[in-house]
Ligand binder design. Structure first.
Ligand code: FBP
Length: 314
């Protein structure tokens, strides 16, 4: 009997790429495929579900959209079915939720990042980080074994990294995520800037200085209000810088280390860029709570370095 190698398909599927290119462990491949299946249902829900509010708030006191709750429930169901997840933490809940005892992974996710934009038809996303073991408290984002995000825009795209490059897929007409681009990279110099929490310029003079430098140097503004879309812009264009720093309203910045900043810091550094909380790489920031907020500067290396200097008043 002759052993035949898999013929290389015309369109590389996510499963094929995980198996033959990323060569990631079978259980992690199955988990990422299950997450991608959940994303297909969320993509459909965004096209068809009421964009209105529920009468509830999440444990962080934020009003919940019907789509926030539905997306969270879809992901929870798929993680349960996988039987590979020991516990998960969602931005919509305040605590770690146990699923399958002795399973190898913990998944952290923001089910619908930028959801306040859904009624405007702007692109929004789902963000996932995967850690080994059954908790994330005390760990740092460098310990993630996989990061994946999905961007629900004119096309539904999925980007993942398991430590061997950052790769982009598109959801096609038969419901398969097929490879668009491999080994996305981020160059050292930025031509675009993406300034979050801009209200902080009123009480953080150094942030105001940074905006002035970017405008004086005629950098191009690219900001949508959805972190997944704005960081995807950096990966797509191969350069840029995204910031969201503290001010009176959000002293530590608005974004959470576990659900947003840690996953994107991992992807951008894997793509050759840099991340910082103003002093150190976000990958080395210890996770002390699920709701832990952090300033974030992420993108082209030289630009991140400049931002840290200006924000430190140097
Ligand atoms: P949600 O996940 O609750 O929508 O908030 C996160 C977010 O929408 C990010 O996606 C985005 O970068 C940020 O808030 C926008 O903050 P700001 O309005 O301060 O620029």
């Amino acid at each position: 009997m002759t052993k035949s190698a898999c013929p290389i398909p015309e369109h590389i599927s996510l499963n094929y790429h995980l198996f033959h290119r990323a060569k990631c462990p079978d259980d992690l491949r199955h988990l990422l495929i299950d997450i991608s299946r959940a994303a297909k249902y969320i993509s459909h829900a965004i096209q068809t579900t009421d964009t209105g509010l529920t009468k509830t708030t999440n444990t962080f006191g934020e009003e919940q959209l019907k789509l926030d709750v539905l997306s969270d429930r879809i992901i929870h169901q798929h993680l349960c079915e996988s039987e590979i997840v020991a516990s998960f933490a969602s931005e919509e809940h305040g605590e770690l939720i146990e699923l399958t005892a002795k399973a190898p992974y913990t998944v952290v996710f923001d089910p619908l990042d930028g959801s306040s934009l859904v009624d405007t038809n702007f692109a929004i996303g789902s963000i996932f980080g995967v850690y080994e073991g059954k908790d994330v408290i005390g760990k740092c984002p460098r310990e993630q074994v996989a990061v994946l995000y999905v961007l629900y825009g004119p096309r539904t795209v999925l980007v993942y990294c398991t430590g061997n490059g950052v790769h982009e897929f598109m959801l096609n007409s038969v419901g398969e995520f097929v490879l668009l681009r491999e080994y996305l990279g981020v160059g050292d110099d930025a031509k675009n800037f993406s300034p979050g929490n801009l209200r902080a310029v009123t009480d953080t003079a150094s942030y105001h200085d940074l905006m002035n430098q970017w405008m004086d140097e005629a950098l191009t503004l690219r900001y949508s209000g959805c972190m997944a879309a704005d960081v995807h812009h950096i990966l797509s264009k191969g350069q840029g810088v995204f910031t969201n720093i503290g001010g009176n309203k959000y002293p530590q910045g608005k974004l959470r280390l576990v659900f947003e900043c840690g996953p994107f810091a991992y992807l951008i550094e894997q793509a050759g860029g840099a991340s910082s909380d103003g002093r150190n790489s976000l990958l080395d920031k210890k996770i002390t709570s699920l709701d832990q907020r952090t300033p974030i500067i992420v993108g082209s290396k030289n630009e991140v370095e400049r931002c840290c200097k200006v924000l430190a008043g140097k």
